[in-house]
Design a protein around this ligand. Structure first.
Ligand SMILES: Nc1ncnc2c1ncn2[C@@H]1O[C@H](COP(=O)(O)OP(=O)(O)O)[C@@H](O)[C@H]1O
Ligand SMILES: Cc1cn([C@H]2C[C@H](O)[C@@H](COP(=O)(O)OP(=O)(O)O)O2)c(=O)[nH]c1=O
Length: 211
């Protein structure tokens, strides 16, 4: 049996962690084995890369940044995600290759197709079954991050123009792959979003069980 690979995407503060937690809880209650994980991070090596890419004091060039995320991804997919899917688990993952296309492609203005190819190479071509895009107006996202009161990382500290490009890139990706993406209005209350996400996951599982 092959598992199910679900990724959550969206801007910083759009509610990905909140929804990943709810989804894990619901799937576990439904009897599935869930591996909840994230990028960057998710492995010991990945957490070391995370520290550099999010908190390094010096300048990191856009291509170096893209390669750091790709290195984290390669290790994560090879050692954690692929084995989990081969066991038949459900992987619920906070961010994946669409983050690189949106942040390094549109945000840092690298060639989006090249960034996607780099990510796919790193991940040996693995694409998610379902990608939930939590779409949120930038001012609302900023207000949430401000009220959470934590220190901004290198990407969060970018100007609003950067975050506007990231948001638009995500919406473009979703339009290009409507089968894989579900776009949800992230301004809705958390439980309402969770119900919409569950509906999509249930439909996928039902369809994949049909002989
Ligand atoms: N649907 C929602 N409506 C209002 N606030 C939310 C919602 N989802 C999450 N939050 C709050 O917004 C902040 C960021 O949420 P989080 O899940 O950490 O987002 P992300 O993982 O995308 O950065 C947290 O303080 C969280 O409690
Ligand atoms: C996975 C990934 C993340 N990122 C960025 C987006 C986030 O600002 C940052 C850290 O992600 P994350 O820990 O998910 O931050 P948040 O919970 O605030 O959304 O890394 C990229 O730029 N490219 C990538 O490929």
């Amino acid at each position: 049996m092959r598992g199910v690979f679900i990724t959550l995407e969206g801007g910083d503060g759009s509610g990905k962690s909140t929804q990943a937690e709810k989804l894990e809880e619901w799937l576990t209650e439904a009897g599935r084995t869930v591996v909840r994980t994230r990028e960057p991070g998710g492995t010991d090596f990945g957490n070391e890369v995370r520290e550099i890419v999010l908190h390094s004091r010096g300048h990191i060039s856009p291509r170096a940044e893209a390669l750091l995320y790709a290195a984290d991804r390669a290790q994560h997919i090879a050692t954690k995600v692929r084995p989990a899917l081969e066991r038949g688990d459900v992987v619920v993952q906070d961010r994946y290759l669409d983050s690189s296309v949106a942040y390094q492609g549109a945000g840092r203005v690298l060639d989006a197709d090249e960034v996607r190819r780099l990510s796919l190479w790193a991940a040996e071509g693995l694409l998610p079954d379902i990608t939930i895009l939590l779409d949120l107006d930038e001012d609302l996202a900023r207000a949430r991050l401000d009220s959470a009161n934590k220190r901004f990382d290198r990407l969060e500290a970018e100007k609003s123009d950067f975050h506007r490009r990231v948001r638009q890139a995500y919406l473009d990706l979703a339009e290009r792959e409507p089968q894989r993406f579900l776009v949800v209005d992230a301004a809705l209350p958390p439980d309402q979003i969770a119900a919409i996400v569950r509906g999509r996951v249930e439909a996928f599982v039902a369809a994949s069980e049909t002989p």
